[in-house]
Design a protein around this ligand. Sequence first.
Ligand code: GAP
Length: 441
Amino acid sequence: MATPSDTASDVGLFDAVVNLCKRRGFVFPSAEIYGGIRSTYDYGPLGALMLRNIRDAWWRAMIQERDDVVPLDAAILTNPKVWEASGHLATFTDPLVDCRRCKERWRADQIEDTCPNCGSKDLTEARPFNLMFKTFVGPVEDESAVAYLRPETAQGMFVNFLNIETTMRRKPPFGIAQIGRAFRNEITPGNFVFRTREFELMELEFFVPPADSPRWQQYWCDERLSWYQRYGIAPEKLRLRPHDPAELSHYSSGTTDVEFAFPWGWGELEGIANRTDFDLRVHQEHSGTSLEHFDQASGERYLPHVVEPAAGATRAMMAFLLAAYEEDEVGGERRAVLRLHPKIAPYQAAVLPLSKKDTLSPLARDVLHRLQPHFMCEYDETQSIGRRYRRQDEIGTPYCVTVDFDSLEDHQVTVRDRDSTEQTRLSIDDLVGYLQSRLGA
Ligand code: GAP
């Protein structure tokens, strides 16, 4: 198994990917023209496409390809009693320390007893800092109007358990899955989009008979590890790591993380937690509504236990980019290439007329319009063809389709493969089928 290290090449990789993200429109600092806002990012055209592909890939594996999971899209703002019951108001905290000399604030568990900014050891005692963003609902800003931005999407699924079990005629084992924004007032966000205050979660709450939860937790660990591999991350860059008891969240009896070898070391991509019946139990107690499942076969009533694979979409995007970035040499020239899985890459194909001359444009646009119903495509007619190939390599486009002057006569185009750089000449009529067979559409 690879051991991540702080070597110059790892640091270089991080810088190269961050630079690429800005330069090619994946990720911009938020509101950059106003100087940005710390550790908050906007996803540019390519980032928006890639994030959508990551969501789709997750949705496909977790919902579409299964018959035991249904989706949900719950509100971000909800009744604050949800957070009281779930324990987030009381315990969703990180230990905060202040440096008395430079006034910086740190997470006590992330530093030794020295301020990383000024080196002072004059730090305050650690105190709990709640990570939930507070706001007010309606025009009156008093305590009765307080609401919170959700720090996880999970609670929306627990409070809808009964609605969904009934309307969808489900019984354990079954799951509810959701993708959406989550907000945490992180004390020390950083490492680009690895830790931000606003991020995207992809969560499954899988409800099972209590005795079956260990088996299902193992099942979901294996499934989730193989999902990252299916979409192109090499097995040696991934590992499963069980939490130490001291690390466990307040709701978990056991969590295993899927970790990725980030340039600065192993880092969490996703946690697979056994939440037991913690959440259904507290919501049952606080709401006064029974959330027990009645098993008709055995005549038994019970609170299902929950196994929860919870993944960060924005963090996964960073891992996919880091895993895909390479520099190699083609025809004696250095190139940067993102070897992204075709389903994750922002564009699946680029249509490139060999020359900008008007004679080629109508046919090239016709080729583009044939492809667009099937694939996300870019059309580029600027600069030399070699530079346009490099541009597509750098953003991970798996196939470039070149329309040249012969195309006008023979109705054929050249398809260039990003990874092998091999070129294949084929009929325009066969193009969609050819790309579909290669892209797995
Ligand atoms: N409902 C359980 C839950 O939210 P978590 O481990 O706190 O679990 C799940 O978060 C995933 O969300 C993490 O594995 C990580 O990928 C992502 N994540 C958590 N905090 C994040 C942050 N501040 N910025 C970006 N991604 C974050």
